[in-house]
Design a protein around this ligand. Sequence first.
Ligand SMILES: *[C@@H]1O[C@H](CO)[C@@H](O)[C@H](O)[C@H]1NC(C)=O
Length: 282
Amino acid sequence: MGGSTWKGFNLLIVVVVVSSMVAAATANFYENFDLTWGDNRAKIFNGGQLLSLSMDKVSGSGFRSKKEYLFGRIDMQLKLVSGNSAGTVTAYYLSSEGPTHDEIDFEFLGNVSGDPYILHTNVFSQGKGNREQQFYLWFDPTKNFHTYSIIWKPQHIIFLVDNIPIRVFKNAESFGVPFPKNQPMRIYSSLWNADDWATRGGLVKTDWSKAPFTAYYRNFKATGFSDASVFSDSATPDTQTLDANGRRRLRWVQKYFMIYNYCNDPKRFQQGFPAECSNGRF
Ligand SMILES: *[C@@H]1O[C@H](CO)[C@@H](O)[C@H](O)[C@H]1NC(C)=O
């Protein structure tokens, strides 16, 4: 091959790489989200690359995706309220609408400086939740941006933090457990005051002298699953939800960082555990 052909070939590679980087970077907040409440406490800046929510004594704030999603992978990077964030909750979730709505939740419960946030998760199907799992994080979520992701397929929902699976909710319809799969959902986030329950169960109140409290968002990415990937996946048995490495990492998180699991709370379910709690189904 002559030198000029190689040059052309290299140039082609550069063009392809650069254009795919541009495509990934154009998940612009202006194009994808509406600021829904809190007036100017919710802001988009850096040409649409960064979003912030703030809360002061008067109000919190929130945003919502313009589009609805039915299955897919949603990634977002968040940097949570730093310093004394006790009493604050940053909710980041997918939800459909109406009384029998479905919902997939991340909620970040703030704490006094130096004490750990709690990452609270839940799954609602057809209006019913009560499926809480809570975790400490293995890093300080206020120092840097970290990626929080939801993989939503007809077979399962996977919650990930920095690409490490922390929770898998499997489709257990064959055991009579409704699974979110018919109602499209929007992405929502809000920063609000929940000092009646959030920090040490409500013992520690919001310190308003530290307001405004601010959380930051960047690098939103939504990936749809082609029908082909959804269907080829349904052919694989449940144990293949995660590969060996994913299962190992999930066990690591559940062993060292999980602080509450509704499926391990017999006091709460005196009449018996929910059906999805039986061996390996959650
Ligand atoms: C806050 O810190 C306390 C004390 O370390 C801890 O018990 C609690 O789980 C932490 N997180 C929240 C959100 O209360």
